[in-house]
Design a protein around this ligand. Structure first.
Ligand code: M1P
Length: 255
């Protein structure tokens, strides 16, 4: 951390650039390239940088490196429900405190019953992942390998498995105040409405950043980058893949 230029001395003042992770900094659930990491390190000399991902911190460490909290000024996992600033953990709320044990049990039982009735070509394990700020539900199971993920994703798109399950959940729990977000290949996230990626903005606003760039690949309505991309507080950049992110970063900050 000692070689990092202090936030107040970055070349472009009061500016932060936030990045989604999967599909924006790295291919889905895979590693970011050395070229991307090196570009981020150069960018950090000019502006403050952060990531805001739906996944938990353990997965982001796999993708961006074990030292992830040292190479970004801000780390926002689970949409910012787990947050770090310059390596220090920030206070946050939790999904289970918000929903309460009783309502949570009802929800989990409903999900498990629904999954039992599905007829998928194959299933693996870990169908509900309990996180600090959300739960993640995967009909095929989070233990699917990279090849199995791709096969499942194709099947899911064809048969609308997640789409239909989300519709059924909305119908079954109209008064729960939950948002269901399909952000990746094999699962969807469930969190209190409002705890989407805009949740992290409260942390950076407090610091006085007046220009907030956001890069994401799922900026369309229904995608998990949509809310932060369209938020009036951000300048949104919609990208198709990590190469696109690198191109736009170079054009915007290095030309
Ligand atoms: O970051 C996008 C999503 O990445 C994963 O999705 P999947 O495993 O379905 O590809 C999950 O960690 C999910 O929570 C996250 O939103």
């Amino acid at each position: 951390m000692s070689s990092v230029v202090p936030l107040s001395e970055r070349e472009i003042k009061n500016t932060i650039v936030l990045f989604d992770v999967d599909g924006t900094l790295s291919p889905a659930r895979l590693h970011a390239s050395p070229e991307m990491l090196s570009l981020l390190s150069e960018l950090r000399k000019k502006v403050a940088i952060g990531f805001v991902g739906g996944s938990d911190l353990a997965k982001q460490k796999e993708q961006l490196g074990d030292n992830v909290i040292d190479i970004f000024d801000y780390c926002f996992s689970e949409n910012g429900l787990t947050a770090y600033r310059l390596g220090e953990k920030l206070a946050s709320q939790s999904f289970i405190n918000w929903i309460g044990e009783d309502k949570y049990k009802v929800l989990v039982k409903w999900i498990l019953k629904y999954l039992v009735e599905l007829d998928l070509p194959f299933v693996r394990g870990t169908f509900i992942e309990f996180r600090n700020g959300m739960i993640n539900v995967s009909p095929v199971g989070r233990n699917a390998s990279t090849a199995e993920r791709s096969a499942y994703e194709k099947f899911d798109l064809e048969h609308k498995i997640r789409h239909n399950m989300v519709a059924a959940l909305k119908e079954a729990f109209p008064d729960y105040g939950l948002t269901y977000s399909i952000g990746g290949q094999i699962s969807f996230d469930v969190f209190p409405t409002g705890w989407d990626k805009t949740y992290c903005l409260q942390h950076v606003e407090k610091e006085g950043f007046t220009t907030i760039h956001f890069f994401g690949d799922k900026c369309f309505k229904g995608g998990n980058d949509y809310e932060i991309y369209t938020d009036p507080r951000t300048i949104g950049h919609s990208v198709n893949n990590p190469d696109d992110t690198m191109r736009i970063v170079k054009e915007t900050f290095f030309s």
